[in-house]
Write a protein that binds this ligand. Sequence first.
Ligand code: PLP
Length: 394
Amino acid sequence: MTQHGLSTTAVHAGSERPNPHHSLTVPVTQTATYTFADTQDLCDFMDARMWGMAKGRTEYGRYGNPTVAAAESKLSALEGAEAALLYSSGMAAITSTILTLVNAGSHIIITDDSYRRTRQFCLNFLKKFNIESTVVPMGDFNALESAIRPETKLIISESPTNPYLRVLDLKHLADIAKAHNIKTLVDATFATPFNLRPLDFGIDLVIHSATKYLGGHNDILAGVVAGSEQLIALLRQQLWMLGGVFDPHSAYLLLRGLKTLGLRVERQNQNGQRIAEFLEGHPKIDRVWYPGLKSHPDHEISKKQMKGFGGVISFEVKGDLAAASKVVDGVRIPIIAPSLGGVETLIEQPALMSYYEMSSEERVAVGIKDNLIRLALGVEDTEDLINDLAQALE
Ligand SMILES: *Cc1c(COP(=O)(O)O)cnc(C)c1O
């Protein structure tokens, strides 16, 4: 299916023709275990060592499920990957992948402005295993190169980042990492494969919280990693032990959500661009962060690397925390909630959502301003969203 466009791939890839029972949709195979006709059947299976859904069958639910495998195959096609692996959440995908790729004494480099829990995992949790992590500023390739040590095993980055939508030159990153024999992992949750395919630029593994755009309806938690068959096979072996497997009901919802990924992301790109331009021109706004705006520090690389700039905008209102809260409380369509990428527009103040326990000074030290608002656009009509924001800013 990779020879087709991404929307055709999103609709059709991963589905058999015909599906079991001539079902148009991929059936939900809700089972914890799989059966054998007799002892010979079991021994044939064991002798063939054909474990894993890709080889036809498996023996236990943690080792594979056909509904999950169909979703993996669709995601792999969308990323232009050899293989993909689903996990029970984005964080399960991130932590399991990192644990698989490092050893005691390894060193990790991670770019700043990345997902807070990923940073916490690297900087705090992995320290217990004598694994050190160095945080380097997004886009500072000199800092990145000088952070490399003989024991550096992995470079972790994101594009676009949260909440400032920073975008990294992925080819530059991949070239540096390859020269030092270091694996690269890019969290492209904010982009989706419609806007950015990191593997096309030489990145080893792309990760998504499929909870966001890929699921697209704010009704499942999921994570996915895509890359070469060799790396994914390694991750699959470890997932069978670490255990954060995806479940078939959610896989069905993910398959269903993915069919409209192209339509949704197109609208979200359009909403993002038009609303970012509206906000940038508004007298009550100090600054807008959106990679589709010329004023964004990474606009040039974003234009070269991305097909669209996505549905998340961060902006600073003139005034303090309370002034920003007034805007958040004044809008009628966006709903106050964390997360992003679903059909409903969500709004939040990072200072109150992800960084509530910190003081204002501590937040400023990690780059989170009190007057910052993150708007995660859904697929509503652009004009309705603009009119709503206009009345709230009044
Ligand atoms: C949400 C998110 C995650 C974590 O994913 P979960 O599905 O919530 O576990 C990781 N990275 C980014 C960029 C995210 O937005």
